[in-house]
Design a binder for this molecule. Sequence first.
Ligand SMILES: Nc1ncnc2c1ncn2[C@@H]1O[C@H](COP(=O)(O)OP(=O)(O)OP(=O)(O)O)[C@@H](O)[C@H]1O
Length: 231
Amino acid sequence: MEILRVENLCKTYGKGEAEVQALKNVSFSLEKGEFAAVIGESGSGKSTLLNCIGALDTPTSGSIFIDGQNLFSMKEEKRTIYRRRNIGFIFQSFQLVSELNVEQNIVFPLLLDYREPDQKRVNEILDLLGLTERRKHLPSQLSGGQQQRVAIGRALITQPKLILADEPTGNLDSKNSQDVMDMLTTASRHYQQTILIITHNKNLTASVDRVFQVSDGVLTDLGGIANETLS
Ligand SMILES: Nc1ncnc2c1ncn2[C@@H]1O[C@H](COP(=O)(O)OP(=O)(O)OP(=O)(O)O)[C@@H](O)[C@H]1O
C-alpha cells in the first residue's frame, strides 16, 4: 500500500541571478512500513525535500500525495489539520517541552488536537522505547539519546501515516545515534510505520530499507543497498 508519492517535484528559490533550483523534477514513492533515508551533501536539497513533503514549505511545481491525498490541492487550513493528524516530525534538536515530563511530552500532540490519550498505547510506546522507568523525568534529566527517544514517542502517538526526521542523530554521539536508528527500525517494524529520514551519516543507512541520494536537486533511488557500497 502506497503511503507517499512525490511526482515531478520542483522547488526554485529566488529570482534572476539569485535563483536556486533546490529540487529538480523529483519523483519517488514509499510503501506502508518502509524505513527510508535521504543522503546527500550540504546544500543538495535534502531539507527542502523533507520540508515540502511535510508541507512546511511550498513546492514550485509537482505534487505530493500522502495516503492518496494531494497535499497542495487542499486549502491551507485543511492542509494544516491534515499535517497535524497524518505527519509526525522528529527534529535534530529534539524540541521537547522542558516543563513537561516524558509521558506528558509524548501525549502532547494528542492534547493539541483535543484527543484523549489511549493509556495502553502510551505504555506500549514507553516500553518499546525503553522509557518506562523514565516516564516522570523532565527532558533536562535525560541524555540526548533518551530525549530523542521521547521525540520518537511523540511522533508515534498520533499513529501518523508518515514520520519525517531531519538529521535525527545530528546532535548525538555514535552510540546514541545507532540507538536512535535502532529505535526507529523497531518502531517501523512494530507499527508498520513509514519513516523518511535525512542523514549525513552514511554508516547509519545500514539500518534502513531504502536509500535515496540527492545531488544538486536531483534524486536517485539507490534501493536497499548496504552502506559499504556507498561512495
Ligand atoms: N529559503 C531559502 N532561500 C533561498 N535559497 C534557499 C533557501 N533554502 C534553501 N536554499 C538553497 O537551496 C539549496 C538546497 O538547500 P537545502 O537546505 O535543502 O540543502 P540540504 O541538503 O538540506 O543541506 P544541509 O545538509 O546543509 O542542511 C541550497 O543551495 C540552499 O542554499
